[in-house]
Design a protein around this ligand. Structure first.
Ligand code: ZN
Length: 169
């Protein structure tokens, strides 16, 4: 989430709109500026079996929402390593990168999504984050608005599928 500091995390003085409207520390000897740079997030279109994709359901989501497997980079971690690790952690599957689909923005969360196509093998074992997955044939997948949905749509359209987009409600 986008957390805007009301007090400086370094010196505790009040934060206020400063130079170029960035949230800035009002203590002139501190000069901390909160730039609120977007956070990178990796997302996986997991191909599992013959022309099927694995979609995950996060515990905290409404029952009908299923999405790509996503995750935050660890300190100094390369996105290529991160995507393999996240797929393993969240689904138990062993993934290999097939291609980089593209980068997308997720404005509400101030994130940049790096989307990969991976192929995965093994048995699905869920961790705490997901409480369900579904395995959907490429020609039956419906996508959703927003960054990860667009990534899945681009991936499928590149393969020649026509894709229906769900409304998120
Ligand atoms: Zn400060």
């Amino acid at each position: 989430m986008n957390q805007v500091f009301t007090n400086c995390p370094f010196c505790s003085n009040k934060m206020d709109a400063g130079l170029q409207n960035y949230n800035s520390c009002t203590n002139t000897t501190c000069d901390y500026v909160q730039y609120e740079n977007p956070t990178p997030v990796v997302a996986a279109v997991i191909e599992y079996g013959e022309k099927q994709v694995v979609l995950g359901h996060n515990r905290s989501w409404p029952p009908k929402w299923y999405g790509l497997i996503t995750g935050f980079l660890e300190k100094f971690e390369h996105p290529d390593e991160c995507i393999i690790r996240e797929v393993k952690e969240e689904t138990g599957l062993d993934a290999t990168i097939q291609s980089f689909i593209g980068h997308y923005t997720f404005k509400r969360m101030n994130q940049v999504i790096l989307a990969y196509h991976v192929k995965a093998t093994g048995d699905i074992v869920l961790d705490d984050e997901l409480d369900d997955v579904k395995i959907v044939p490429f020609d039956k997948v419906k996508t959703w608005p927003g960054g990860t949905g667009q990534a899945l749509k681009d991936f499928l359209e590149n393969l020649g599928y026509s894709v229906e987009e769900l409304s998120m409600s």
